[in-house]
Structures are given as structure tokens and as C-alpha cells.
Design a protein around this ligand. Structure first.
Ligand SMILES: *Cc1c(COP(=O)(O)O)cnc(C)c1O
Length: 450
């Protein structure tokens, strides 16, 4: 056995993997939304070769023991599903195994990736000189944005509904907890921008150095959008970096409803958004866009003697200079292939469908006297509680997830246990939402009656 399979062996392996892929995807419609069981023990690798079919069986069993994040019953956190076309793109990128940390080693592929990033900058209305980076997710993108914006001894402004990746990035970057300032929200959970202005002014008068304000374009708990245009005004007036966390909501800029809701996003200094959420891609794909690519480069550029032969004169960005990673795969392919293969309209239509479905869910849950629905959705997250209170709400979640037809998660709003669901997967359509509603109404009635 060598490490280089011949053509016949490759064909046999590919066929075996293809068989698994087909069974898996075809089975998603009826697969349980979650499973439980004992975690198996895996032996260390043997000195001698194994059988692919046997190894695939073990993989399949391990993959089945999971929350079915790829299936249509997954309404927890942010469902995305994982587009098959993106999986193929990723496979192709890995087969050619091109290095894209420095553009000159695969300039045409970097130009391909760059064409996707340029399209995204244009989508958000960022000017010439803007740029970005495909990352593994919004957390890594946020870390790089914060590093590009930061000032020594500076403070950053968030709300209690800002994703914790901002505070985490601040901590990794060496800021203290006190340098992350929490601005109050209004009754609809949006940043109170006049409170933010007062805080920034008072902090500056006290000798602190405010450097960044974060607006969320679709919060994780409720999908709420901060007043981005007001925050842009504030940032401009105060001379601070305006970061928009659009990890979940950013992609709705493709739709006309989303574009209206995200008004002001084009004035951001940096934007994160997660194609592994709202563009339905497999996990591991985030994007950072910055108004001034040079600021991102200044925060990350580094060099070593062993890199002296690399040509930096392609006119394309060297992605290694824009983020923490030196070695990187051709990460753009997992975006480029689906966007070109399906066309942008397919993504817009899918997101519009999710907005309609979430509005339908909100109407249906609001009409149920056994439920308390505290907010109208800005995008596709809907929050609700049992009208019977805190404990009943917790039991409702157990009932709902216990059906194993759907899987939901929960959060806390004003201290109260609140269930949340998000319609986002490309595998979720009206019939799946109807089943979700049946399960939720049944659980609400059961708690009401108990
Ligand atoms: C998911 C999410 C993040 C974190 O993104 P990862 O891709 O999980 O690192 C940040 N902000 C918001 C609003 C999110 O929903």
C-alpha cells in the first residue's frame, strides 16, 4: 500500500464516499433532528492499512450521533445546512492544493477569490481601497477587525446584545474587561445611540481613548438590528471605527427588505458576515470586509528571511498580510463555485423565502394564547415563551426537542428564559415550518393544560 492510490483505487474510494454522500443527503428529510447514545471509543491508528468501507461505516455512525445541523428540522442557533455545490468547490480546491497566503504562488486563483470579495464590498457599498479576507468564521474576522482598529489603552462600545466574540477578541488582543463598555439598549433591544454618545464623551473626558463602536446587524438572541445609520453618524462625529457585526444578518443585504433594514451599513469601517450562516455554506466560512484594506494590512503584516523569494508585485493582496494565518488553502472556491453555479438570484430568493417563513411563524405563534411572543422579528429569528412562565418555558423546550422532529435553542431576555428559533437553512421550506409550528403549538397547549 502506498500513499498514492492508482486510478482504479481512486475510483473505488470515490464510489464508496459518493455512496455515503447520496444516502446521507437523501436521508436528511426523515433523519431525526437529534440523537443520543454512548460515545464510542476510538482506537489509535494501526500500523497496517484499514478497509475504507469499514472506516466509512465508523464515520457514518459517529456523524449520525449528533444534532442534525444539516437537516430541515434544525431551527436552533443559525441553521445553514451546507450547500453541496460548496462541498464540491472545497474538494476541488483541496485537490489542487494551491497555496494562497501570498498571491504570486497562485495569482489567478487569488484573483478569483478577490472577485468574490470585491463583489461583497460592492454589495455593501464599500468604496475603492476597501478589501477583505475569507476567514474561518466571524469570531476570527472580528479579532482581525479589532486589531486593525485598536488604539493603545482604548475602549470599545457594545451592548448587552452584542455577540460575545467582540469581548473575546478584545480579551485575546490584550484589552481588559473594563475597556469593553456596555451601552444601554432601548425597549426594542437596539443600541441607545444618545447613551453611547454620552459614554464616549465622558470616557474621553476621563482620559480614555474610545476607538470602536459595534453595531449588530441581526443579533444572535433575537435577530434585532441596531440603528446602523445613527451609529454611523455617532462614529463619524466621535472619530471612532464603526464595526458592523453582520455575521447572521449581513447577507440579507442581497434582498430589498434586508437592504432597507441594514441602511447605514455602507458607512462601516469593517463588516463581518458568515457565509456559513446566511449563504448556507458548510461551517468554516466567515468574511471580513474593511473600508481601508491598508489598515488591515498594517495590523497583520509580517515577514521572515525564508520568504525572501516570494514575489509581492502581483497587484493582488497577499492574504497572509491581512490576517493571522500564513498557510491557507484556496478558501475562495467554496464561495466562488456556488455563487457562479446557482447565480446570485438563487441566494436572494432563498433569503426572501426565509423572511416570509419567519413572518408566518411569528403570526402563528402570536395568535396562540398559550404563548407570549415579546418581539416582532427584524429578520428570521422568532422568540417566544410559554404564557405559563419560566418553568413551563423550560419544559416546552424539552417537549419540542424530545419529538426529535425539530431542534430549537433558547436564550435569556431581560433575565427571562426565552425560546428562539431561526429559519435559515436552504433545506427549510413551508412544509418544514408547518411541522415546526405543529410541534410548538402542541407543546404550548400541553403546558397550558398541565
Ligand atoms: C455566529 C455569530 C458570531 C460568531 O461567528 P462564528 O462564525 O461562530 O465565529 C458573531 N456575531 C454574531 C451576531 C453571530 O450570530
Amino acid at each position: 500500500m502506498t500513499l498514492q492510490p492508482d486510478r482504479a483505487t481512486r475510483a473505488e474510494w470515490t464510489k464508496a464516499v459518493d455512496g455515503f454522500v447520496d444516502d446521507f443527503i437523501e436521508g436528511l428529510e426523515t433523519a431525526p433532528a437529534s440523537t443520543s447514545g454512548d460515545i464510542p471509543v476510538f482506537e489509535p491508528p494501526a500500523e497496517t492499512p484499514g478497509e475504507l468501507t469499514d472506516l466509512l461505516d465508523r464515520f457514518a455512525a459517529a456523524a449520525a450521533q449528533a444534532v442534525e445541523t444539516a437537516g430541515p428540522g434544525y431551527f436552533a442557533y443559525f441553521p445553514a445546512g451546507g450547500l453541496f455545490s460548496s462541498v464540491l468547490g472545497e474538494t476541488l480546491a483541496q485537490v489542487v492544493n494551491r497555496y494562497t497566503g501570498v498571491a504570486s504562488t497562485a495569482p489567478a486563483l487569488v484573483a478569483m477569490e478577490q472577485s468574490v470579495l470585491r463583489w461583497m464590498c460592492d454589495l455593501f457599498g464599500l468604496p475603492a481601497g476597501s478589501g477583505g479576507l475569507v476567514t474561518s468564521g466571524a469570531s476570527m474576522a472580528t479579532l482581525s477587525a479589532l486589531c486593525a482598529a485598536r488604539q493603545p489603552g482604548g475602549t470599545v462600545y457594545v451592548t448587552a446584545h452584542t455577540h460575545h466574540c467582540v469581548a473575546k477578541a478584545a480579551r485575546i488582543a490584550g484589552l481588559t474587561a473594563a475597556q469593553v463598555r456596555v451601552v444601554p439598549v432601548d425597549s426594542s433591544l437596539r443600541m441607545d445611540t444618545s447613551a453611547a454618545a454620552s459614554m464616549i464623551e465622558a470616557d474621553r473626558a476621563a482620559g480614555l481613548r474610545p476607538f470602536m463602536v459595534v453595531g449588530t446587524a441581526g443579533s444572535t438572541s433575537t435577530g434585532t438590528i441596531d440603528p446602523l445609520a445613527d451609529i454611523a453618524d455617532l462614529a463619524e462625529r466621535c472619530g471612532v471605527w464603526f464595526h458592523v457585526d453582520g455575521a447572521y444578518g449581513g447577507a440579507f443585504q442581497l434582498t430589498s427588505r434586508g437592504r432597507a433594514l441594514l441602511d447605514g451599513i455602507s458607512r462601516a469601517d469593517s463588516i463581518t458576515f458568515d457565509p456559513h450562516k446566511s449563504l448556507f455554506l458548510p461551517y468554516g466560512t466567515g468574511v471580513l470586509l474593511v473600508r481601508d484594506e491598508a489598515a488591515l494590512r498594517a495590523a497583520h503584516v509580517a515577514d521572515g528571511d525564508y520568504l525572501q523569494d516570494l514575489d509581492h508585485g502581483t497587484g493582488l493582496p497577499d492574504y497572509a498580510d491581512l490576517g493571522p494565518e500564513l498557510t491557507r488553502e484556496f478558501r475562495g472556491m467554496r464561495l466562488w463555485l456556488p455563487l457562479h453555479l446557482h447565480g446570485v438570484a438563487a441566494f436572494r430568493d432563498e433569503l426572501d423565502e426565509k423572511l416570509d417563513l419567519a413572518a408566518h411563524v411569528h403570526r402563528s405563534l402570536s395568535a396562540d394564547p398559550a404563548l407570549d411572543v415579546p418581539l416582532s422579528p427584524d429578520l428570521t429569528v422568532v422568540v417566544f415563551r410559554s404564557a405559563r412562565g419560566e418553568r413551563a418555558t423550560g419544559r416546552m423546550l424539552e417537549r419540542i426537542n424530545g419529538t426529535r422532529r425539530v431542534f430549537l435553542s433558547s436564550t435569556r431576555l431581560d433575565g427571562a428564559h426565552t425560546l428562539r428559533l431561526c429559519v435559515l437553512s436552504h433545506r427549510q421550506h413551508a412544509r418544514h415550518v408547518d411541522e415546526l409550528l405543529r410541534v410548538v403549538h402542541d407543546a404550548a397547549r400541553a403546558e397550558w393544560a398541565s
